[in-house]
Design a protein around this ligand. Structure first.
Ligand code: PLP
Length: 352
């Protein structure tokens, strides 16, 4: 009998939303952007010099770091980039969450946090959202090993005011507070300006949602330069060449085109508000989402039944069979036309 299994790092992996590939599907299950990447991205990919692929990419990701710093009006030494914000967050967990005290995050939130904590053997404690699915800032004031939460929160879509976020940061000066702003561009107010005031704050963003580049895998963190240096030390000890040559070139194009970015975000927001009105008329209720999805429950029909009926008609949304949220659907915002199809189907399906 061999016993190598005793020494395996066993983990229960994160389960991403499925990536079905049906010709006529309406895909509203993983919060992707329904609009194409910026025209400059498309152009740069067409003209990409494939000879570059012989060479390792530049390990500091300088071109992209500089472009992000330039866009947000901060210094390049305040920016870290990674393979999607999942990679950035995992690096942050590894770098800063080494206390024996538990890190804190909400009970209903991005389901990758507890997976990273488990994998890296980081103790954690979850804090229950209130009955309206709001984060209670006071829950995060006690002794802890670090704090992480998304703003707006996922999968609720609910935005926390900046003043409350600042309260949490100010109460946690001895640990790192991570604000995961994957959805901030859809109408929220970023905590970014607070990085000048608090050296324990990291703001994490991604190109996957608001910049239509989920498939390119680009994310970044912004914070005090000392924090950024520490994350880079860990990154260079793990995998130096994180962003590939194509990702660097396309990321720069995506971040430079402010106009296209603002236009597509505005379209998603307008469609989201339209969808909220229509869903309400059909008997759904939901928190006031400031993201590119709506987390809704129906007054009469169980979420799981609606989920399955939609699926049968090639409309994919996300359903989580987890305590407190197993009667909710998370519906990503697609194009206006896709949402009109969804509403038409639901109107017919929910007729009594
Ligand atoms: C989508 C998402 C991410 C990660 O996205 P990447 O594609 O890895 O950049 C991180 N946090 C939250 C809350 C998300 O919803």
């Amino acid at each position: 009998m061999s016993n190598w299994e005793e020494y395996v790092r066993t983990v229960e992996p994160y389960v991403p939303g499925e990536q079905p590939n049906q010709p006529d599907m309406i895909k509203l299950n993983t919060n992707e952007n329904p609009y194409p990447p910026a025209p400059g991205v498309v152009e740069a990919l067409k003209n990409f010099d494939t000879d570059k692929l012989r060479l390792y990419p530049e390990p500091t990701c300088k071109v992209l770091v500089d472009a992000i710093a330039d866009y947000y009006g901060i210094r390049s030494s305040q920016v870290f980039t990674g393979v999607g914000s999942d990679d950035v967050l995992a690096m942050i967990f590894m770098t800063f969450f080494n206390s024996k005290k538990p890190i804190l995050f909400p009970d209903i939130t991005y389901s990758f946090y507890d997976v990273w904590a488990d994998m890296l053997r980081i103790p954690f404690e979850t804090k229950a959202l209130d009955d309206n699915f709001q984060i209670r800032k006071e829950d995060y004031y006690g002794d802890n090993g670090g704090v992480v939460f998304p703003n707006p929160n996922a999968p609720t879509g609910i935005l926390m005011p900046l003043s409350e976020i600042e309260d949490i940061i100010a109460h946690n000066r001895d640990v790192i507070v991570v604000v995961d702003e994957a959805y901030i561009d859809f109408g929220g107010v970023s905590a970014l300006p607070l990085i000048e005031k608090y050296d324990n704050l990291l703001v994490v963003q991604t190109f996957s949602k608001s910049r239509s580049l989920a498939g390119m895998r680009l994310g970044f963190a912004m914070g005090n330069e000392k924090l950024i240096r520490y994350i880079n030390d860990v990154k260079y000890s793990f995998n130096s060449y994180t962003l590939n040559q194509t990702a660097l070139v396309l990321g720069v194009q995506a971040i430079r085109d402010r106009e296209y970015f603002e236009e597509t975000c505005a379209k998603v927001i307008a469609t989201r508000e339209w969808t909220k009105c229509e869903l309400k008329k059909l008997g759904f209720s939901f928190g006031d989402s400031m993201s590119n999805f709506i987390f809704a429950t129906h007054e009469r029909v169980p979420a799981k039944e609606i989920f399955e009926a939609l699926r049968e008609h090639n409309i994919f949304v996300r359903y989580f069979s987890k305590p407190r949220i197993d009667n909710y659907l998370r519906i990503s915002i697609g194009t206006q036309q896709e949402m009109e199809h969804l509403i038409a189907f639901l109107t017919d399906y929910l007729k009594e």
